[in-house]
Design a protein around this ligand. Structure first.
Ligand code: ADP
Length: 268
């Protein structure tokens, strides 16, 4: 990225005249720092499971193990390989999202069906450990990309299940409501009474690899990229993401998405 030019001056120097450009390199330095941090984060995230995996492989190779131990080691290795796979998949999703434009003219998407599907996936993931209530208004639609919207809604639901202790309450809703400007839109809300998030962390949650509690996120299979993906998907669909949370009280994640435009509805 070219640095912004702050001033242009002509300076006389003996018989010569010089053109002096003052550039603002702060933005360039910030981008460069972000790029370096990102590479360091990816390397670290891949290195950890790889180190554990290599350790298990060496034990497997060098020590006589009973069939039960072999089974246990294979399961542990599988967990580490899955972790790396999730990370690489999320990285690919994120890079595809960052490179393409918006979806304002995308296909008509059955948002009610999608919300119900994500709720069902959440119920399955919770495996009866939470009290999950679902209210999906039928017939709601938006325009855009179905797979991207699925990954955004399901990330929010999955997080609620992961960050809410057993027996906690989770409410999943999709209704026709209003955005901040009072315009009608589709409102998808996931409210939990889980661990919550302190105010200082909230603005940074959608940064890549930002986690409030690293070990808790890893334990539950998180990559730290989920909300970065959500933010990109929502903005590509001309929507809004809102996060309200209080530690030990719970969190409410809200996504507003435009209603289906008449022209897109006809084409569908
Ligand atoms: P992760 O893969 O770590 O879950 P995300 O980008 O999805 O990454 O979320 C970033 C962080 O936001 C999480 O590590 C967690 O600390 C916090 N978080 C997300 N959803 C919730 C929630 N429903 N309750 C409490 N904390 C949450």
């Amino acid at each position: 990225t070219a640095a912004k030019i702050l001033s242009v001056q002509i300076v006389s120097y003996g018989d010569h005249q010089m053109l002096v450009l003052t550039r603002d390199v702060t933005q360039m330095e910030k981008l460069e720092r972000m790029r370096r941090d990102f590479i360091a984060n990816v390397s670290h995230e891949l290195k950890t499971p790889l180190t554990v995996l290599t350790g298990f492989l060496e034990t497997f190779r060098d020590l006589p193990l009973s069939p039960e131990q072999q089974h246990e080691y294979l399961n542990l290795m599988h967990t580490q390989a899955s972790r790396m796979q999730n990370l690489v998949e999320d990285l690919l999703t994120l890079s595809a999202l960052e490179s393409a434009g918006t979806h304002k003219d995308g296909e008509a998407v059955d948002l009610s069906g999608l919300a119900q599907r994500c709720a069902d996936e959440g119920i399955q993931l919770s495996a009866g450990k939470h009290d999950i209530s679902v209210h999906v208004e039928p017939g709601l639609k938006t325009q855009g990309n179905q797979a991207e919207l699925h990954s955004a809604l399901s990330n929010i639901v999955t997080n609620a299940v992961r960050y809410t202790p057993e027996a906690g309450k989770i409410e999943i809703r999709l209704v026709r409501g209003q955005n901040d400007l009072g315009q009608p839109c589709n409102v998808f809300t996931v409210k939990d009474n889980g661990i919550g998030i302190a105010a200082e962390h909230i603005p940074r949650l959608t940064e890549r690899f930002y986690r409030v509690d690293r070990s808790r996120s890893r334990e539950s299979g998180g990559t730290g990229l989920g909300l970065a993906i959500v933010k990109h998907v929502v903005s590509r669909h001309d929507g809004e993401l809102d996060i309200q949370s209080r530690p030990n009280v719970g969190s409410t994640f809200t996504i507003c998405l435009p209603l289906l435009r008449a022209s897109a509805a006809k084409a569908a």
